[in-house]
Write a protein that binds this ligand. Structure first.
Ligand code: GAP
Length: 438
C-alpha cells in the first residue's frame, strides 16, 4: 500500500468509526485542530492512563501535578520562549501563502501552493506562542500566553511538590495536559496541530548524575513504547545535532516512528541541565535550590525530561495497527491495537433475534460493563458484517451467542488477530476477558 494511501485510509477510518473528526466540520473545518470521537477519546484515555500508571502509580519517586494552562507572563520570559521559541517564516509574493522557511520544498525555492519559483520574502522569525489577554483590558500589561509546553508548570512548582510530598532528589514530577503552538505549517492529520496534549515528566537529579539518568530514561521510555505493541523495527532514536537542540537542552534524543510520511519524532528526551530552575530563580527573585538533608549541600538540580505527544502516539498506534487482509477470499480492514489501549474490549453478538438470545446478549453486555470491561452490543446485520465493523474499530474479542448457547450455556469468543474461536461458559466470559486484560 502506498504511504499516501495509508494516510488517507487512516483519516477516513478514523472518521467512519468515530475515532477522530475535523474540528468545526459543519463550518468547513479548521485544518490544524481535531476532535476525538467516542472511540478516539477512549484510546486517548487508555494511553494517558497507561502512561500515568507507569510514571506515577507504579513508582514512589515520581509525583503527579496538574498545573494551569495560563501562567504569569514572566514565566515565558524566564523560560526563553519569548525570545527563542520561533520558527523562520517566509511568504510567497505571488500567492501570499506563508511557510516555514526550513520546509524542503521551500528550501528548494518553489512555492508548495502556487508553484512559483524564487518568489519568497526574506525569512523572519515568528514566535509560536498564542497570546491573549487576562481580564477585560486588552493592553500589553494584560497579555498572557497559552502554554507551549506543560513543563514550566512543573518547574515553578518544584519546591511546592518536593516539600509537600517529602521527596528527595532524585525524584520526578509528571503532568498530562494541553499545549498550544501557533504552527506556521501544521499538517499530517493529528501529527502537527496547533492544540495538542503532552505527557511530560521532569526528573530532578544532582548535577553530575544527569548523564546516567538520561540513559536510564531513554531505555525506560523505549521499553514503554515497545510494550504498547508498536513494531520495534518502526522505532528508533535520533540524537539532536548542535543545530537542532532547543535553547534549553544540552543533549536531546527523539523517539522516532516511521510514519507513512517518513521517520518523525513523537517523544523527546532532553537534558535541560539547571537552565530552567536557574532562570526562574533569576526572574522571580525566589530561591529554587534543593538542600540535601544528609550533607546540607545546596544545589539547583539538573533536569532530565521525557516529553511525549499524546496525539502523536495515537497516530503511531493507528498507523502501526492498520492492516488490510484477505480472509477466505473476503477483504477485511483490521486495527490490531494492543488490547490494553483498544477502546472496546469485547463486542457481544446475538446470532438471531429469537430463543432468548437478545436478552442473554443484553445481560452479558451489562455484566461486562459492570466489571469495567468496555463492551458493545451489536445485533444488526450479518455476523460477517458485525465482525468487520469490530475489526476496523480495533476490538480484540467478539463474543457470539448462538444455537449451542441454549444447549450447553457456552458462547464463542473469536480472536481479532488469529481468528481462532474458543467456546467459553457464559458465566466465565468476564473472567476469561479480565485475565487477558490484566
Ligand atoms: N517540554 C519539551 C517539549 O515540549 P518538544 O520536542 O517541543 O519538547 C515534545 O515537544 C513532544 O510534543 C513532541 O515529541 C511531540 O510529540 C509533541 N508536539 C510538539 N509539537 C506538536 C504539535 N504541533 N502537534 C502535536 N504534537 C506536538
Amino acid at each position: 500500500m502506498a504511504n499516501a494511501d495509508l494516510m488517507d485510509k487512516l483519516v477516513s477510518l478514523a472518521k467512519r468509526r468515530g475515532y477522530i473528526f475535523q474540528s468545526s466540520e459543519i463550518y468547513g473545518g479548521t485544518g490544524s485542530v481535531w476532535d476525538y470521537g467516542p472511540l478516539g477519546v477512549e484510546l486517548k484515555r487508555n494511553v494517558k492512563d497507561r502512561w500515568w500508571s507507569s510514571m506515577v502509580h507504579q513508582r514512589d519517586d515520581i509525583e503527579g501535578l496538574d498545573a494551569a494552562i495560563l501562567m504569569h507572563p514572566r514565566v515565558w520570559e524566564a523560560s526563553g520562549h519569548v525570545e527563542n521559541f520561533t520558527d523562520p517564516l517566509v511568504e510567497c509574493t505571488n500567492c501570499h501563502r506563508r511557510y516555514r522557511a526550513d520546509l524542503p520544498e521551500v528550501e528548494g525555492g518553489q512555492c508548495p501552493s502556487c508553484g512559483t519559483r524564487d518568489a519568497f520574502t526574506e525569512a523572519r522569525l515568528f514566535n509560536l506562542m498564542f497570546k491573549t489577554f487576562m481580564g477585560p483590558v486588552e493592553d500589553s500589561s494584560a497579555a498572557v500566553y497559552l502554554r507551549p509546553e506543560t513543563a514550566q508548570g512543573i518547574y515553578v512548582n518544584f519546591l511546592n511538590v518536593q516539600g509537600t510530598a517529602r521527596q528527595k532528589v532524585p525524584f520526578g514530577i509528571a503532568q498530562i495536559g494541553k499545549a498550544f503552538r501557533n504552527e506556521i505549517t501544521p499538517g499530517n492529520f493529528i501529527f502537527r496541530t496547533r492544540e495538542f496534549e503532552q505527557a511530560e515528566m521532569q526528573f530532578f537529579v544532582k548535577p553530575g548524575e544527569d548523564e546516567a539518568w538520561f540513559d536510564r530514561w531513554m531505555d525506560t521510555r523505549m521499553e514503554w513504547h515497545r510494550d504498547l505493541g508498536i513494531r520495534p523495527e518502526k522505532l528508533r532514536f535520533h540524537e539532536h545535532g548542535p543545530d537542532e537542540l532547543a535553547h534549553y537542552a544540552k543533549k536531546a534524543f527523539d523517539v522516532e516512528y516511521e510514519f507513512p510520511f517518513g521517520w518523525k519524532e513523537f517523544e523527546g528526551i532532553h537534558n535541560r541541565t539547571d537552565y530552567d530552575l536557574s532562570r526562574h530563580e533569576e526572574f522571580s527573585g525566589k530561591r529554587l535550590q534543593y538542600i540535601d538533608p544528609g550533607s546540607n549541600e545546596r544545589f539547583i538540580p539538573y533536569i532530565v525530561e521525557t516529553s511525549m505527544g499524546v496525539d502523536r502516539v495515537m497516530l503511531v498506534l493507528l498507523a502501526d495497527a492498520y492492516r488490510e487482509e484477505d480472509v477466505e477470499g473476503e477483504a477485511r480492514v483490521v486495527l490490531g491495537l494492543h488490547p490494553a489501549v483498544a477502546p472496546i474490549k469485547a463486542a457481544v453478538f446475538p446470532l438471531v433475534k429469537k430463543d432468548g438470545m437478545p436478552e442473554l446478549a443484553e445481560k452479558l453486555n451489562a455484566s461486562l460493563r459492570a466489571a469495567a470491561i468496555p463492551s458493545f452490543l451489536d445485533a444488526a446485520g450479518s455476523i460477517g458484517r458485525r465482525y468487520r465493523r469490530q475489526d476496523e474499530a480495533g476490538t480484540p474479542w467478539c463474543v457470539t451467542i448462538d444455537g449451542q448457547t441454549n444447549e450447553d450455556g457456552s458462547v464463542t469468543i473469536r480472536d481479532r488477530d488469529s481468528l481462532e474461536q474458543v467456546r467459553v461458559a457464559t458465566d466465565k466470559v468476564t473472567d476469561w476477558l479480565s485475565e487477558r486484560l490484566s
